[in-house]
Design a protein around this ligand. Structure first.
Ligand code: F6R
Length: 242
């Protein structure tokens, strides 16, 4: 595992964007596993800037996102599909037909999940999976649990995640209670994993994930078992480490 310590969010974003760019340059038809939330926004902005300068070409890239709220469609401005369009896809030369997000409008959970497992399998494997870290140690929407859930599944969001995500919604009642998420096995099968972490609120979760026991009660702790993980975190997030 490699840990890069950066001064702040901006530094973190630039460093992580460098790693994603290197992947695209080395393998133009790569498969990127992507995340939403506050952590990757700066990284996406940086990728857009480099694309606009002519340094990056997304025309052969495939993307597979981690998760989507159940019940929200692509036109809903709180959906993760909408987020990805707004924060990345609408600004680069990616073929949207090769950008995948779980289908939040599919109410048949079994179908939604098996369709998405098939998308992942048919992609030939994720070259690099980008992750943020939840305050409670979640990755994707794999919430603290008594077991690691393997593949894409429908999850009931915990009160802590609902509280953390309510900043994006009008009020707490508007936050969906369920989501579809890739499972731990889907994530662990990525060839490389890149985690971006910023801010003191994540310090405890980051320490537990990297140095605590490997346990489903801290889902990110499973990353200790992956052979190629890079953490890019700012000083505040690394406050309890070193
Ligand atoms: C997002 C996702 C979540 C977030 C995590 C951190 O697709 O899967 O695991 O990465 O909740 O969120 P932020 O970055 O908003 O702090």
């Amino acid at each position: 595992m490699t840990i890069y310590k950066t001064n702040d969010y901006q530094d973190m974003s630039r460093k992580a964007a460098n790693i994603i760019s290197a992947q695209i340059i080395m393998k133009p038809n790569c498969v990127l596993g992507l995340a939403t939330g506050s952590s990757p926004i700066g990284l996406y902005k940086q990728l857009i800037e480099w694309y606009q300068k002519g340094d990056l070409d997304f025309s052969k890239v495939t993307t597979i996102n981690l998760d989507e709220y159940k019940g929200l469609g692509p036109d809903d401005d709180q959906s993760y599909r909408y987020f990805m369009n707004e924060n990345l896809f609408n600004h680069i030369n990616i073929d949207k037909a090769r950008t995948y997000v779980p289908n939040g409008l599919e109410m048949n959970e079994e179908k939604a999940c098996s369709d998405y497992n098939q998308v992942i399998a048919q992609s030939g494997g994720i070259d690099i999976q980008l992750l943020g870290l939840g305050n409670n140690g979640h990755i994707g929407f794999n919430e603290p649990d008594s077991v690691f859930k393997c593949e894409t599944h429908c999850v009931n969001l915990t009160p802590s995640t609902i509280e953390a995500n309510r900043r994006f919604f009008e009020n707490e009642d508007a936050v969906p209670r369920q989501a579809y998420t890739m499972g731990i096995k889907n994530i662990m099968q990525a060839k490389k994993i890149l985690v971006v972490v910023s801010g003191e609120a994540k310090a405890k979760a980051l320490k537990d994930a990297l140095y605590g026991p490997v346990t489903p009660s801290v889902p990110a702790s499973v990353l200790q078992l992956h052979p190629d993980v890079t953490i890019v975190a700012d000083k505040a997030a690394l406050k309890l480490i070193n």
